[in-house]
Ligand binder design. Structure first.
Ligand code: HEM
Ligand SMILES: *[C@@H]1O[C@H](CO)[C@@H](O)[C@H](O)[C@H]1NC(C)=O
Ligand SMILES: *[C@@H]1O[C@H](CO)[C@@H](O)[C@H](O)[C@H]1NC(C)=O
Length: 325
């Protein structure tokens, strides 16, 4: 009887110790929404307040911040590598082709980081987590769905400019290339169609939709005509003129999908989702059922946010998101 009791006691001790280890240090590689609940309960409300005021001042900022998280996650995982400035040692992703003169919102992230570190009393919240929460709060601020953001990411100590050039999908891609690009990140066609719905908010520059409005045939002709007024055929002065990605560019609605059904996708890559391929049915579903879109968008954002995070003792918690410590 005695050895049995001793063994049972040992087993219970082991279970308790494992449970404590999991609670204190987190399961290795596993993000969780409650990560900052004890160490800094004010972190998330602080992020939300600053995002709300930034989006109130300029609705497009919500779109820009959402996109920043996407361009972070597709390059070496969600590790805030996109935020590092150029130095002799760092080849900044900010100058990669998909980001140069295009990605914006860095000042808002700086403001959030400074304020979060102030209310927390020390730099405990990573820049990578700030990007993930900021993306969610931006969607909410523009009338979209809320979801729980798993947290506990750490920040990279390097940037990956050439990877940014190859891993971020291009607006000139066909469906098969888009599918491959997302597959490389562990994302499927459901994620591709749902996450592309992010183009229900924000703007694009003439230089990325010029060939679409002058050369594509799968485009509504009056839609193409009206865009041509503000985007000249030849490269130059109008290159950075903006057009909304969908007509309600400050509302997180289903108009993006409605446009695709009507051959009014702004980017070649947008319209590729509705051209008789494997994604066409999903576009129709999200066009007619905003709840289905919202539910899947939230799920796919969590999935994208889980791309190769640094956790545990990997990476660092940056003090300044623009520099390694
Ligand atoms: C499917 C492949 C995708 C391609 C090819 C693509 C491409 C682009 C391009 C070219 C722009 C315009 C940039 C400019 O003209 O400066 C843009 C804007 C934007 N993208 Fe995407 N994108 C894709 C997926 C996504 C995803 C997955 C998200 C987020 C979950 C996203 C969020 C946005 C937002 C919100 C904007 C507007 C940004 C602003 O107004 O500042 N995109 N995208
Ligand atoms: C980024 O854009 C600037 C113009 O604003 C240009 O001078 C520079 O060459 C571009 N950088 C790269 C790496 O393409
Ligand atoms: C349209 O296509 C032609 C032929 O491929 C090309 O030479 C031209 O530069 C394209 N124009 C635009 C605006 O993309």
């Amino acid at each position: 009887m005695a050895p049995f009791i001793a063994n049972t006691w040992k087993l219970h001790t082991l279970i308790v110790l494992v449970a404590i280890a999991c609670l204190c240090f987190g399961v290795k590689g596993q993000l969780m929404p409650s990560f900052y609940d004890n160490v800094c309960p004010q972190a998330l409300p602080t992020i939300k307040a600053i995002v709300q005021s930034a989006v109130y001042n300029e609705p497009r900022m919500g779109a820009s911040l959402l996109r920043m998280h996407f361009h972070d996650c597709f390059v070496h995982g969600c590790d805030a590598s996109i935020l590092l400035d150029q130095t002799p040692a760092i080849n900044s992703e900010k100058f990669a082709a998909p980001n140069n003169n295009s990605i914006r919102g860095f000042e808002v992230i700086d403001r959030i980081k400074a304020e979060v570190d102030r209310v927390c009393g020390s730099p405990v919240v990573s820049c990578a987590d700030i990007l993930a929460v900021t993306a969610r709060d931006s969607v909410v601020a523009l009338g979209g769905p809320w979801w729980n953001v798993p947290l506990g990411r750490r920040d990279s100590t390097d940037a990956y400019q050439s990877l940014a050039n190859s891993a971020i999908p291009s607006p000139f891609m066909e469906l098969s290339a888009l599918i491959n690009s997302f597959n490389d990140q562990g994302l499927d066609i459901i994620d591709l169609v749902a996450l592309s719905g992010a183009h229900t908010i924000g703007f694009a520059q003439c230089r990325v939709f010029r060939s679409r409005i002058y050369n594509d045939t799968n485009i509504d002709s009056s839609f193409a005509n009206s865009l041509q007024q503000n985007c000249a055929r030849s490269a130059g002065r109008t290159d950075s003129n903006l057009a909304p990605l969908d007509p309600t560019s400050a509302r997180f609605d289903t108009m993006y999908y409605n446009n695709l059904v009507n051959q009014k996708g702004l980017l070649h890559s947008d319209q590729a989702l509705f051209g008789g391929g494997s994604t066409e049915e999903l576009v129709k579903t999200y066009n007619s059922d905003y709840q289905a879109f919202w539910r899947q968008f939230a799920k796919s954002m969590v999935k994208m946010g889980n791309i190769k995070p640094l956790t545990g003792y990997d990476g660092q918690i940056r003090t300044n998101c623009r520099r390694v410590n």
